[in-house]
Design a protein around this ligand. Structure first.
Ligand code: SAJ
Length: 452
């Protein structure tokens, strides 16, 4: 099939689609194309997820407005079917790849899932079909990983036997369907005609801008937009540490800095978690190492200083909280070893149940190493939804790690009376020094120097 024929099928919604990887990105996108009337096949390796999806039950945790009802509709209409069998891909005209792309403990991308999916797809790839990677990948991955695997597996050449591109997702847990509809997307094709064909496809589900580019640009945009946020947060965190050291209050400093035009100093805090921000800067950085698609003469050594430094600052923030805790306990006559510490918040983000790469995980690990007894409360995370008052009883400190709305309404007096030692560490700047002092706490606030 020529690209022109494929375009016509896409415009008529006759193109048979597939999505490999029915997670928090793949499932919503499969549902949205199916809801538009496309025949969508979902490939998922976990049999229990396949069964759930075919029964119209979403396997995705957390509240996702509208997802369950769309899933029930498109599965009952037969527009979406899930399977574990890659053979079922052999009649697909367009295949989206939405598998995980984590980085390992050395910050190297873990492409096992991407390689496995691409290799299996290559072996059944129909002539003239279009493959689109939606997963977040390091610059150069389409050229150096996906293209060779598809050519080897299918025995066909790119742009003759199949077409290839990448269209990074910009979803956010809790707003999966809404973001897919309303967020603009970069549409990277290995040829301009491929990018234009992809725009025709995504126009069926995206109401915002669809910006055609080459593949490397699409890889760069996605990883750079999140690296950018990581650096911005790291700057706020470093200013917080400076304020702690020199007698400042970063929350007041930030408020006044942001009065200056074109300043948007971010929020300092107890750390940076989640599935995107801690990972994507390393994917961007890795692009330099894997730039083998360029001629050797054009490759350049790039001294990566800012991105690793920002990661180091943000990863240090849970340890900064532990230090604040240790010196607050000390001034209250207690040592950390043997103290009972109540951690408030285990999710990585306020009003979320998602705990991936949570800063609280790093804090709890550090406290346990220092022989403290740790109890955890989080209103959104099932295993930590215990009775706050119960958990606070006889604690020697309360450490606020996540700005859950519920914590903004904490009864500071009531809580203090439950603890054995009234120490409060505010990792998200939810409370003022005056509030905590007035309630009788020995306190530390991130970015605020000690005023005892
Ligand atoms: N955080 C700070 N200070 C800030 C902002 C965030 O410490 O000023 C911390 C949060 O507490 C959290 C982490 O950083 O631990 C990440 O927060 P986030 O608001 O960036 O939320 P994410 O991880 O869900 O980021 C997603 C990203 N979206 C996609 O990758 C599609 C990111 O690009 C978006 O900017 C972000 O959502 C958003 O808020 O829109």
């Amino acid at each position: 099939m020529t690209l022109d024929q494929l375009r016509k099928k896409i415009e008529r919604k006759d193109a048979r689609l597939a999505v490999i990887g029915l997670g928090y990105v793949g499932l919503p996108v499969a549902c949205m194309f199916a809801e538009k009337g496309f025949d969508v096949l979902g490939i998922e390796i976990l049999p229990e997820r396949v069964a759930k999806i075919n029964a119209g039950v979403s396997p995705i945790e957390g509240e996702e407005p509208g997802l369950e009802s769309v899933l029930v509709k498109v599965t009952s209409q037969g527009h979406l079917r899930a399977s574990s069998d890659y053979q079922d891909l052999s009649d697909r005209d367009v295949i989206l790849i939405d598998v995980e792309t984590p980085v390992d403990e050395n910050n190297i991308p873990g492409y096992n899932a991407l390689r496995a999916a691409t290799r299996s797809l290559g072996s059944v790839l129909q002539a003239g079909s279009l493959v689109v990677v939606e997963s977040t990948i390091a610059p150069g991955t389409i050229h150096n990983v996906v293209k060779p695997l598809l050519e080897e597996g299918s025995g066909r050449k790119l742009n003759e036997g199949f077409y290839l591109g990448n269209c990074p997702e910009r979803v956010m847990p809790g707003k999966l369907l809404a973001n897919l509809r309303t967020m603009s997307r970069v549409v990277g094709g290995m040829t301009p005609e491929t990018a234009e064909t992809m725009v025709l496809l995504y126009r069926h589900i995206v109401q915002a801008d669809l910006d055609p580019t080459d593949s490397v640009t699409a890889e760069l945009v996605k990883t750079a937009e999140n690296a950018y946020r990581d650096v911005q947060i790291a700057f706020a965190n470093e200013v917080a540490l400076i304020c702690q050291a020199v007698g400042g209050d970063v929350w007041r400093v930030r408020q006044l800095v942001n009065k200056s035009p074109f300043r948007q100093m971010h929020l300092p805090g107890a750390g940076v978690g989640g599935h995107c921000i801690p990972k994507d800067p390393w994917l961007l950085a890795y692009g330099v190492q894997q730039a083998t698609h360029l001629r050797a003469a054009d490759q350049q050594e790039v001294p990566l200083r800012l991105i690793p430094a920002a990661r180091a600052v943000n990863d240090s923030m849970p340890h900064n909280i532990a230090n604040l805790l240790q010196n607050a306990l000390h001034s209250a006559g207690r040592e950390l070893a043997g103290a009972r510490i109540l951690v408030l918040g285990y999710a990585y983000l306020e009003d979320s149940d998602d705990t991936r790469n949570s800063p609280s995980e790093a804090l709890v690990e550090r406290l346990k190493k220092m022989k403290a007894e740790v109890v955890i409360h989080d209103p959104y995370v099932p295993e930590y939804q215990g009775e706050l008052e119960q958990l606070a009883r006889n604690a020697d400190a309360a450490v606020l790690m996540v700005a859950h709305s519920q914590y903004k309404k904490l009864d500071l007096n009531g809580l203090k009376n439950l603890l054995r030692t009234p120490v409060f560490i505010d990792g998200r700047g939810l409370f003022s020094a005056a509030q905590l002092k007035h309630a009788g706490w020995t306190y530390r606030i991130i970015g605020v120097s000690v005023q005892e």
